[in-house]
Design a protein. Structure first.
Length: 230
């Protein structure tokens, strides 16, 4: 849907997310009609009906090679609105998300992220959420699963979305840190806890840290993506 006064383009990379994407689209459908100008799902080759469900949920679907960086770049290129909200397909928005985003858009241009909330029980996950909040406060370092709200000109100044199969969020944040303070929307963005439940909190943290170290040492992101998703 395109409305002349709306300022926000929402871009969602998806791959076989038929079980989760409709929930996020339902959250987005609660927004006032003058907020979202464009809603785009960038599909990376789903085989479970994700594109069809995205269209039923009111999204435009574009197709891309699999890999969040490539999918995000493709989705962003299909939009023109001055502000971008980049979300993972398994995310769930808080009830007042649209009011929070609107307030952020009215402030001086900056990059914004939600606070991580993991949809699974366990004290270890609550401690992880606290650690992520502290990391974002002290180091200005949110990751892609926290969502990213930013003005299009700021993204362009940062060189656009890195078209990488992995680490695109870390590279983009590093570039943005040189241009803008990355501010907290001070609202949770709930993500699926499957990754932490599968490998455990410590196992997931160790695995992710090992991938980041390998990336900084120059390992190709294609190799890292095979390790991460494989």
């Amino acid at each position: 849907m395109v409305l002349s006064r709306a300022e926000l383009a929402v871009v969602i990379p998806a791959l076989d997310e038929a079980g989760r994407l409709p929930l996020l689209l339902a959250d987005l459908a609660q927004a006032p009609s003058d907020l979202i100008a464009e809603l785009v799902v960038a599909d990376g080759g789903s085989s479970d009906g994700t594109p069809q469900l995205a269209r039923l949920g009111g999204a435009e679907v574009v197709h891309s090679l699999a890999g969040r960086g490539m999918q995000l770049a493709r989705g962003i290129s299909a939009t023109t609105a001055p502000w971008l909200l980049l979300l993972h397909a398994d995310a769930r928005l808080c009830r007042d998300w649209s009011a929070v985003v609107r307030r952020a858009i009215k402030q001086p241009p900056a990059a914004w992220a939600f606070e991580l909330a993991i949809e699974a029980p366990g004290i270890n996950l609550r401690l992880l959420e606290l650690a992520v909040r502290l990391r974002c406060r002290w180091r200005q370092l949110p990751y892609g699963d926290q969502g990213l709200l930013l003005p299009r000109p700021l993204l362009e100044r940062a060189g656009g979305m890195p078209e990488l199969p992995l680490m695109e969020d870390l590279l983009l944040i590093q570039r943005l840190q040189k241009l803008s303070r990355i501010r907290s929307l001070q609202r949770p963005l709930q993500v699926n806890g499957r990754r932490w439940q599968r490998h455990g909190v410590l196992g997931t943290a160790w695995r992710n840290a090992a991938l980041r170290r390998a990336w900084r040492r120059g390992t190709a992101t294609e190799v890292l993506a095979q390790q991460y998703y494989g």
